[in-house]
Design a binder for this molecule. Structure first.
Ligand SMILES: Nc1ncnc2c1ncn2[C@@H]1O[C@H](COP(=O)(O)OP(=O)(O)OP(=O)(O)O)[C@@H](O)[C@H]1O
Length: 269
């Protein structure tokens, strides 16, 4: 894996919206993300955050420009299991226990996982241990329907980390959760990220979530969807609950809100 985990070069994505009209969801978007960093994308609804994630994941082709993940195309990265994706809703299989759900991708992709771990010099992640770290040890034999939404989302995150992806793409994974569950999941996500050393690209609408999690925050604006700023978040790690009350943290929240205000004004005019 090169030091450059994700490279987005002048990407354009235009949707056909019927009766001859079109909508530019991404206009000349360029972004470089270093390996092992945590980067959030924030911006008003419709600015192209999910489209950007889908293009990086290889789920959609750009209409212009190029995307590379670890130096290869998204399709090649997906084939080699370099990419993981955590959607807004956990999408666990309802008939399998939590443990079987999180273990399934590693079983299905056994040989790809073995090759990649050998290359990285790491062993197979111990799913029971990961579940314990995520606070799910006591419920690992339960079905998804028998645990809370927050626990289901935690399981989805453990499942995504289980393949040891180089790059993990997360699309508002905590949006349906209450604030306290959200804060505790942020902490667990940071612990897993720190241990498993993936590059994370994380879409959120929450300013404080973006500041707490990220090394960099990408601010986007809509019509057309574009990047208007990339902010460095120079806060110490680990970032436990206490950091949320510091002046330094509030300073970054204000900075992001200022930049977002510009994006929202643009969206309204
Ligand atoms: N398949 C599609 N066909 C037509 N238009 C689309 C399609 N997918 C997305 N769009 C439009 O492209 C724009 C960007 O959508 P996208 O979902 O990427 O925005 P977003 O920033 O993730 O929004 P939100 O915060 O509401 O999830 C929006 O105007 C959306 O309506």
């Amino acid at each position: 894996m090169s030091a450059e985990a994700i490279r987005v070069d002048r990407v354009r994505r235009v949707y056909d919206i019927g009766t001859g009209g079109s909508l530019t969801a991404l206009d000349d978007v360029s972004l470089t993300i270093s390996a092992g960093t945590f980067v959030s994308v924030i911006g008003p609804s419709g600015c192209g955050k999910s489209t950007l994630l889908r293009v990086i994941a290889g789920l959609e082709q750009p209409d212009g420009g190029a995307v590379h993940v670890g130096g290869v195309t998204p399709a090649q990265a997906a084939e080699h299991k370099m990419l993981g994706l955590v959607p807004q809703t956990p999408a666990l299989l309802p008939w399998l226990s939590v443990l079987k759900n999180v273990s399934l991708p590693a079983k299905v992709n056994r040989s790809a996982g073995r090759k990649r771990r050998a290359a990285a010099g790491t062993g197979a992640p111990d799913m029971v241990e990961l579940l314990r770290k995520a606070g799910l040890h006591d419920v690992m034999h339960k079905l998804p329907s028998q645990i809370s939404g927050g626990m289901q989302q935690r399981a989805a995150i453990v499942r995504a980390f289980g393949l040891h992806p180089d790059v993990l793409l997360m699309d508002e994974p905590f949006s349906a959760l209450d604030e306290f569950t959200r804060e505790s999941l942020q902490e667990q996500l940071l612990d897993l990220w720190d241990e498993l050393k993936a590059t994370v690209l994380f879409v959120t609408h929450s300013v404080s979530e973006a500041v707490r999690l990220s090394d960099k925050i990408v601010v986007m604006a809509p019509y057309p969807g574009r990047i208007i700023d990339v902010l460095d978040i120079d806060l110490p790690r680990p970032r436990g609950q206490a950091i949320l009350k510091t002046a330094h943290f509030h300073h970054y929240e204000d900075l992001v809100r200022d930049r977002l205000r510009g994006a929202f004004q643009g969206a309204a005019s």
